[in-house]
Design a protein. Structure first.
Length: 374
């Protein structure tokens, strides 16, 4: 096998379909199983799935028979796009079988020994995975909530440069963030919903873990201490979460210094050659009415967060808009990049980027692996 065998849990859902679309054309990973609930198990994926993406379902995926989510031997990495309730036990079952689980679900994110990682920002937090109680290299690593990811891509360079004091964020979140079929048509058309269950709590808690520091012994994250207030809304947009953000800094900032922080700051993925890493995790859209979901969600193949309308805030100091793709950067693409980082950091037993290159039929030049985290 030239590539790393992977399984997709929740492959029939909104995020699972994005994973299928990305992973059937990935240079490192080979999907060997598509898994979902007992409702879908046993059917060909092409029949079990109501495909909602604009690009066609991969032909090989359509013919694969959907499996249930109980562990089996083949995959080395398991991508989870499961409903949170189902994910709780199923993800642990896979970790107990020595597999690396890379999860989109919320259920394990805030555990002390579970890394909550945006690869460009806090790759060092992956060390937490070494503390988990699973045998044979089994581990759970997690991707943040879809609105959190865009927000922290904006905030981390600002925190490093000026020190964050407080953050106020108001989101306008796309319908696909609620999965498929999601919010009823009659609730969403000609309307906006000023409540998304559990979302404000996630947006107020997750950035503090991601921007926190790993303790000296690598056993836990000491959370960042700035305040976050979030108000979340569901709007009639297909993909792309828009966020209006105001920030107060500890040290003085001006517009050009903020722009430099966003566009020039080094990131943890620099030099790793990860296939899904965007060239620029943060981009800036000029124009009084940008960013917009329609025009900016595809920036960096859906992996870049787009900032815009940076301007003074009369109350907190500075404010801006940001837009990120919720099912690509905010979910499937984010977990694929995270899995690539885990391979590069030696968290997947028996596999390294150099090993993949060595065995890949295209015979790319061999690269030295990163030192293992252990
Ligand atoms: P979704 O469209 O509702 O898909 C849920 C998937 O989970 C389906 O494949 C479903 O299979 C499977 N499933 C449900 N109950 C199951 C069970 N008891 N056992 C096994 N499989 C089960 O949801 P989604 O929007 O893709 O979200 C998936 C996960 O990603 C959730 O945890 C969500 O919070 C998170 N997330 C979503 C987004 C987003 O933008 N949508 C962003 C970030 C994170 P069947 O088709 O067989 O029912």
């Amino acid at each position: 096998m030239a590539k790393i065998p992977v399984a997709i849990l929740g492959a029939t859902g909104a995020v699972g379909q994005r994973l299928v679309s990305i992973l059937f054309n990935h240079p490192w990973f080979e999907p060997v199983a598509l898994c979902a609930s007992e409702r879908s198990a046993g059917k060909p994926y092409g029949q079990a799935t109501r495909w909602i993406l604009p690009d066609p379902m991969p032909v090989r995926a359509a013919a694969m028979r959907v499996r249930g989510c109980a562990p089996f031997p083949d995959p080395a990495i398991v991508f989870s796009a499961l409903d949170a309730e189902a994910a709780m036990d199923i993800e642990e079952d896979w970790a107990k079988r020595g597999r690396l689980v890379v999860s989109n679900a919320r259920c394990h994110r805030m555990r002390d020994d579970v890394p909550l990682v945006v690869p460009e920002l806090n790759a060092d937090h992956l060390r937490l995975a070494l503390r988990q109680p699973y045998p044979d290299g089994g581990a759970i690593v997690t991707n943040p909530n879809c609105s959190t990811i865009g927000l922290v891509l904006a905030l981390k360079p600002l925190d490093d440069a000026f020190g964050l004091e407080s953050v106020n964020v108001v989101t306008l979140q796309a319908a696909s963030g609620a999965g498929y079929p999601g919010v009823p048509f009659m609730d969403l058309i000609d309307n906006a919903l000023p409540y998304i269950h559990g979302e404000e709590e996630k947006l107020e808690a997750e950035p503090l873990k991601i921007l926190g520091r790993l303790s000296a012994d690598g056993s836990r994250v000491e959370n960042a201490s700035f305040g976050v207030s979030a108000a979340c809304h569901r709007v009639a947009v297909t993909d792309g979460h828009l966020e209006a953000v105001s920030v107060a800094f500890k040290r003085p900032a001006d517009k050009s210094a903020i722009m430099r922080a966003w566009l020039d700051a080094p990131v943890d993925t620099d030099g790793l050659d990860l296939p899904s890493a965007p060239k620029h995790p943060v981009v800036y859209a000029d124009g009084l009415d940008r960013p917009q979901p329609r025009f900016d969600k595809a920036a960096g193949n859906g992996m870049s967060a787009t900032m815009g309308r940076l301007r003074p805030c009369p109350i907190l100091g500075w404010k801006f808009e940001l837009l990120s793709h919720n099912t690509i950067r905010g979910a499937a693409g984010g977990t694929v990049l995270l899995a690539e980082l885990c391979v590069a950091k030696g968290l997947v037993r028996g596999f390294s980027p150099a090993g993949i290159a060595e065995r890949a039929p295209c015979g790319e030049p061999r690269r030295e692996p990163e030192p293992a985290l252990a």
